[in-house]
Write a protein that binds this ligand. Structure first.
Ligand SMILES: [Zn+2]
Length: 359
């Protein structure tokens, strides 16, 4: 049955009536539609632009489609109705169009350097194999590849780029040649410089960004998905590593401590920023609201910009149209104005996915 919603539509900030006819939005009345919200603030469904449905708690690969479904439903029940999977060892293309799951933008497996990244998670390849691996993972995903741009190099005792700069640039070029976008994990200053200059499409974390690189990202339109929830775990990572790798531990703490200012500067420079939790592994699913609040409270992003980063702009970036004529029938309703007090994003009063009421 068609659904009807009335409320203040964001970002337009107008009271409107919206009909959801199957999986399509229309502003033309649909006779007999059931009214499922008649007040409140209505947004296109939220997006978690960096999470992992194929990585379970403890950073082990998911082993069944049902396990991935359960993680996706946890996000959905928090209002996340589209997500970008930033790399998964367990493939699940079967879930792309499942009616009760969020819409999926997926990378294949992480392409990672040998014997450095999380065990069993990445596809670990030498420099000579990187472009072939990127091409293969582009085919395994549905629009993205994920590169691990740096990680601890235990021989060096600190973060170091995954491969040489030419190889990392060739990886981006291989993704683009395959018709997909490339996302790169970086913590360090050196790797993010290589990858931004190589024209990567999105920087994940990006703790090592400098003012010059932020300006370059703004000019290029390179996206940043800060995952501030993840960066808050650096204290634990540093403490565990300190006995063997004190330089790395100090580096991680310094990156953590400067990060809110990095995100603030990126936002002020006009870098497109999106909400991503990095759920999967060490971080629970369902925390998009908490990441939104961190961007607001720690990085100083205005509430309306955080909402754009979690909703309409993120959907546009990933190719999931929002509350426009003919758009996709995903929405969340909040009882109060989230621009006035963002904390209301923790408690949506209505969630509709693909034209069907979730709650
Ligand atoms: Zn991640």
């Amino acid at each position: 049955m068609a659904l009807h919603v009335r409320g203040v539509l964001l970002p337009d900030d107008e009271v409107r009536d919206v009909w959801l006819d199957g999986d399509r939005v229309t502003f033309d009345p649909v006779p007999g539609a059931e009214t499922v919200a008649d007040s409140g603030f209505v947004l296109p469904g939220l997006v978690d632009a960096h999470c992992h449905l194929g990585i379970a708690r403890g950073a082990t690969p998911v082993t069944s489609l049902d396990q991935a479904r359960t993680l996706a439903r946890t996000d959905r029940d928090a209002g996340v109705l589209a997500l970008r999977d930033a790399g998964s060892p367990y493939p699940y293309p079967e879930l792309d169009d499942e009616p009760d799951l969020p819409r999926l933008a997926r990378a294949g497996r992480h392409v990672a350097p040998p014997k450095r990244y999380l065990r069993d998670i990445g596809l670990e390849v030498d420099a000579a194999e990187v472009t072939a691996a990127v091409t293969a993972q582009a085919a395994a995903g549905n629009g993205w590849v994920k590169l691990v741009g740096d990680w601890i190099d235990r021989g060096v005792g600190d973060l170091a780029p995954a491969w040489d700069a030419d190889t990392m640039a060739a990886a981006v070029a291989a993704a683009h040649a395959a018709g997909v976008r490339a996302a790169v994990h970086t913590f360090s200053e050196s790797a993010v410089e290589i990858m931004v200059r190589a024209g990567v499409d999105s920087v994940e974390h990006g703790t090592g960004l400098s003012p010059d690189l932020i300006d370059l990202m703004a000019r290029q339109g390179t996206a940043l998905v800060p995952t501030m929830i993840n960066i808050r775990t650096f204290g634990g990572i540093a403490a565990a590593a300190r006995p063997k790798f004190p330089g790395y531990a100090d580096h991680m703490l310094a990156l953590r401590d400067r990060f809110p200012e990095v995100v603030r500067a990126a936002h002020e420079a006009g870098v497109p920023i999106y909400v991503g939790t990095d759920a999967g592994g060490g971080i629970d699913h369902g925390l998009a609201a908490e990441e939104m609040l961190l961007l607001h409270e720690q990085a100083g992003m205005p509430a309306v910009d955080v909402l754009a980063a979690a909703s309409w702009r993120a959907r546009q970036w990933l190719g999931f149209p929002g509350l426009v004529e003919g758009g996709l029938a995903d929405l969340v309703v909040y009882p109060e104005d989230p621009r006035r007090d963002l904390r209301v994003v923790r408690t949506p009063s209505r969630i509709v996915l693909r034209g069907r009421v979730v709650r």
